[in-house]
Design a protein around this ligand. Structure first.
Ligand code: SF4
Length: 417
C-alpha cells in the first residue's frame, strides 16, 4: 500500500496550504475523479467542482484531494467520533480525516442530518432559509434526500455545529436520527396529491414521530428502528423493504369500480387489452368478466395495485380504509435482506384515537424488542431468531391467517370469513 500511496502523491502537484495551486486554478488536478464526469449520467463530481470553484471553499478542495487520493490507493480515510448539539445524542455524522497531515483542508467534514417534512412538502421560503444557513456555517453541499430520508447537510467543522443547529432550529428544522434509536421517518406524498391514498400518512408521520422524538434524539435501544409511511400498497417509500415498521395504507372492502370509466377504457384500448393487460396479470385471478361487466372477488384480491394502476379512473381503493403494519424489513445486515412480515392486517388510522392506539402497540413492540433483542440486532432479526410465535405472544397480538404468505398451500391453516 505504501508504494501505491507514494505513486499517487507523486502523480499530481498539490497545494494543501489553502492557497491557489500556482496555475491560476482554485482546484488541484483530480484526473481520477474527472473520469466520473464522463458518460451520460449527472456526476456529483461536476457539482462538487462547480460549488468549490464558485465559493473558493478550501474544505471542498481538501475533500476532493482526499477522494482523489482514495481512488488511487483504493482506501477510505474517514473515521468517526462524537459530535452533537446540546441536549441531543444523535443527528450529526462525524467524519474526521485519518490523513489530515496530508490534506489539512479536509480535517473535518461532518454531516448534519435534518428531518424532512412529511411527504417532502416544503415551501420555497423554508428551503431558501435552509440553504442560506448552510452556506453561512457549512460547505453548501446538500443531498436531498439521503437513503435515511434525511436532508443531508454535508461538510461542517465541529466548532460551527451548535450555531448552525440553533439557527436551523429557530427556523423550524430539527435534527434527524442516528445510532440505536428511532430514525428519521419517510412518507410518500400521500393524500396531498395521490388519489390512491388510503390514510393520511402525513398526519400519522407527524404525530408518531413527535411522540418518539425523545428516543430519536437520544438513542437508548439495541439498535436502530425505522418507520416508513406509504399511503397505499404501491408503497412509494419502499417501506416493506427498507423499514422495521412499514405503515402501509390498504382497504378492507372491495375495490370500487366505475362502470362508465371501465367502458371508456375498453373503448380506448380494446377488450384484448383488458384481458391481457389487466385480468391475466392479476396475481390471484381475482378479476373476471360477467355478462361483459368487470367483477372483482375481494376475498381473492391481495392488494397488489396492478389493476388500479392500469385503470386509474375506472378503479379505486375500497371505502373502508386503514393501514397494514409490516415489520422487519431491512437491507443486508447479519442475516441478509428481509422484506417485512405482515403483523397487523388491518387497523383504522383516521382519528387521534386511532393514532394513539397505534402508538401504544408500537411501544409494546419496542418494549418486547428491548427485552429480547441482542445488541446490534434489528427487530426483524430478533423475530427471526426467537420465532414469530414468541413475538406475537410477547406483544399480546391475535394470530391471523393474513399473516401467512401462502395460506392455501397448507390445509393446516383455516380462514374465518
Ligand atoms: Fe388483482 Fe392486484 Fe387488482 Fe387485487 S389489486 S384485483 S390482486 S390486480
Amino acid at each position: 500500500m505504501e508504494g501505491a500511496q507514494k505513486a499517487a502523491s507523486e502523480e499530481v502537484v498539490r497545494d494543501n496550504n489553502g492557497g491557489s495551486n500556482g496555475d491560476g486554478k482554485f482546484l488541484n488536478p483530480t484526473p481520477m475523479l474527472d473520469e466520473l464526469e464522463k458518460g451520460p449520467w449527472p456526476s456529483f463530481i461536476s457539482g462538487f467542482k462547480e460549488l468549490a470553484e464558485r465559493t473558493e471553499n478550501p474544505m471542498l478542495r481538501g475533500v476532493m484531494d482526499q477522494l482523489e487520493y482514495s481512488y488511487n490507493t483504493k482506501m477510505g480515510y474517514w473515521k468517526g467520533g462524537l459530535v452533537t448539539v446540546d441536549g441531543y445524542g444523535a443527528g450529526v455524522i462525524t467524519r474526521y480525516s485519518m490523513i489530515k497531515d496530508k490534506f489539512p483542508e479536509a480535517t473535518e467534514f461532518h454531516t448534519m442530518r435534518i428531518q424532512p417534512a412529511p411527504g417532502l412538502h416544503y415551501n420555497t421560503e423554508m428551503l431558501r432559509g435552509l440553504c442560506d444557513t448552510w452556506e453561512k456555517f457549512g460547505s453548501g453541499i446538500i443531498t436531498l434526500h439521503g437513503q435515511t430520508g434525511d436532508i443531508m447537510l454535508q461538510g461542517i467543522v465541529q466548532d460551527k455545529v451548535q450555531a448552525c443547529f440553533d439557527e436551523l432550529n429557530q427556523n423550524g428544522w430539527d435534527l434527524g436520527g442516528a445510532g440505536a434509536g428511532v430514525r428519521t421517518a419517510v412518507s410518500c406524498i400521500g393524500p396531498g396529491r395521490c388519489e390512491n391514498a388510503c390514510y393520511d400518512n402525513l398526519e400519522a408521520h407527524l404525530q408518531i414521530l413527535k411522540h418518539f422524538i425523545g428516543p430519536l434524539h437520544r438513542p437508548e435501544w439495541n439498535y436502530k428502528i425505522k418507520f416508513k409511511f406509504s399511503a397505499c400498497p404501491n408503497d412509494c417509500t419502499n417501506a416493506i423493504m427498507r423499514s422495521d415498521l412499514a405503515v402501509i395504507g390498504t382497504w378492507k372492502d372491495s375495490i370500487q369500480i366505475e362502470p362508465e370509466e371501465v367502458k371508456a377504457w375498453i373503448a380506448e384500448k380494446g377488450m384484448d387489452a383488458l384481458v391481457n393487460q389487466v385480468l391475466n396479470l392479476c396475481p390471484t385471478h381475482a378479476i373476471s368478466l360477467k355478462d361483459g361487466e368487470m367483477v372483482i372477488d375481494s376475498q381473492d384480491c391481495v392488494r397488489c395495485m396492478h389493476c388500479l394502476n392500469a385503470m386509474p379512473k375506472a378503479l379505486s381503493p375500497g371505502k373502508e380504509r386503514g393501514i397494514s403494519l409490516l415489520m422487519g424489513g431491512k437491507n443486508t445486515l447479519k442475516v441478509g435482506v428481509n422484506m417485512g412480515s405482515l403483523i397487523i392486517p388491518f387497523m383504522k388510522m383516521e382519528t387521534d384515537e386511532d393514532r394513539e392506539e397505534f402508538i401504544e402497540l408500537v411501544e409494546e413492540i419496542i418494549d418486547w424488542w428491548d427485552d429480547n433483542g441482542l445488541d446490534h440486532e434489528r427487530i426483524g432479526e430478533t423475530i427471526e431468531r426467537v420465532g414469530l410465535k414468541q413475538f406475537i405472544e410477547g406483544v399480546g397480538l391475535d394470530v391471523d391467517i393474513n399473516m401467512v404468505t401462502r395460506p392455501r398451500d397448507n390445509p393446516y391453516f383455516k380462514a374465518k370469513y
